[in-house]
Structure formats: structure tokens, C-alpha cells
Design a protein around this ligand. Structure first.
Ligand code: ADP
Length: 170
């Protein structure tokens, strides 16, 4: 049977830290599904479609990497996709507490599903989508932190947002 893992997250936007986890994950599993969480409560910079499209473009032509989105309970999505593993990245001790709680809660809801943690690679261990957005919004360079396509999309998005603000003032 094919070994399928799900890598869930907000990916708002995808960073080189996420890319690294994906590249390492496909070495272990036959197929990796990058699952973008649809969470209307969270104020995301990029829409769900924009986040999915960016990841699809980055991994275009990679047969064992699929990009999808989900809006139900993660364990229900994992079961529907006939996967048994949730893959997550761990950066700092601060990630651990939340992830530990989530992993145990998910196991309680579906004991057939295992959560697997992968340590962040050293150069990306401090990197988060939030940090990237903060730097970009202050017009700093995020080169090397995100794929080139994301750099471009961030510039376009923030220009558009800035213009919207100016229009609202004038
Ligand atoms: P965030 O907004 O915290 O950057 P996401 O919800 O998009 O993250 O993260 C999805 C998953 O990827 C989580 O398991 C998270 O711990 C992991 N992750 C995020 N950034 C990195 C990184 N730089 N290195 C390794 N794993 C990461």
C-alpha cells in the first residue's frame, strides 16, 4: 500500500522552512499531500486559493507532491484521503507545547492516525510566515526566506494593500 502523509498548515505564505520539510518528507513517504487549512477566523494575508496556487507552482511537475485544501477537522480530512500520518515541523520548544496538545487531541479523535514531527533545519529554525510578512510589510528583504515566486507575490500584495489604504485616505 502507498504510504501517504498529510502536511497541514496555514502556509500564509509558504516559506523556505515549509519547503524544506516538504522536500525531506517526500524522501520518507510515497506521497505527500500539502493541505492548506481553510480557516475563516484567521486573518490571512493571502486567500486560500492564492496560497494553494503558490504551492502548486513551486512544486509543479512533482508527481509525489499534491496540494489541496481542507475546511473540516484535520483527522476527518486525513481519513478521507486514506492517509495515516500527519507530518508537522518543529522549530522551537515553544512549538512543542501546542503541537503536543494537538497531536494528543487528534489521536483521541482518531487513534489510527499518527502525528510525525520533523525538526526544522537549522537555517530555517527561526523562520515563520508571520515573521516574513512583518519584514515584507516594512519593506525589508525576505530573499532566501521564501521562494522567489512568494517574494514577488508578497510585493504585489503589499503594493495593492498600500494603494488601497492611500485611496481610502484621499
Ligand atoms: P507558521 O504560520 O507558524 O509559519 P504554518 O501553520 O503554516 O506555520 O505551519 C505549518 C507547519 O509547518 C507546522 O507544523 C509548523 O510547525 C511547520 N513550520 C513552519 N515554519 C517552519 C520552519 N521554518 N521550519 C520547519 N517547520 C516549519
Amino acid at each position: 500500500m502507498k504510504k501517504v502523509a498529510i502536511y497541514p498548515g496555514s502556509f500564509d505564505p509558504i516559506t523556505n522552512g515549509h519547503v524544506d520539510i516538504i522536500e525531506r518528507g517526500v524522501e520518507i513517504f510515497d506521497e505527500l499531500i500539502v493541505a492548506v487549512a481553510h480557516n475563516p477566523q484567521k486573518a490571512n494575508l493571502f486567500s486560500e486559493k492564492e496560497r494553494v496556487d503558490m504551492i502548486r507552482q513551486i512544486f509543479k511537475g512533482r508527481k509525489n507532491i499534491e496540494v489541496d485544501s481542507f475546511s473540516c477537522l484535520l483527522v476527518d480530512y486525513v481519513a478521507r484521503r486514506q492517509a495515516k500520518v500527519i507530518m508537522k515541523g518543529l522549530r522551537f520548544v515553544s512549538d512543542f507545547e501546542y503541537e503536543f496538545q494537538m497531536a494528543l487531541t487528534n489521536r483521541r479523535m482518531n487513534s489510527q492516525i499518527e502525528t510525525l514531527f520533523m525538526m526544522a533545519s537549522e537555517p530555517y529554525s527561526y523562520l515563520s510566515s508571520g515573521l516574513v510578512k512583518e519584514i515584507a510589510s516594512l519593506e525589508g528583504s525576505v530573499s532566501g526566506m521564501v521562494p522567489k515566486l512568494v517574494e514577488k507575490r508578497l510585493r504585489e500584495k503589499l503594493q495593492k494593500k498600500g494603494k488601497g489604504k492611500k485611496d481610502a485616505v484621499s
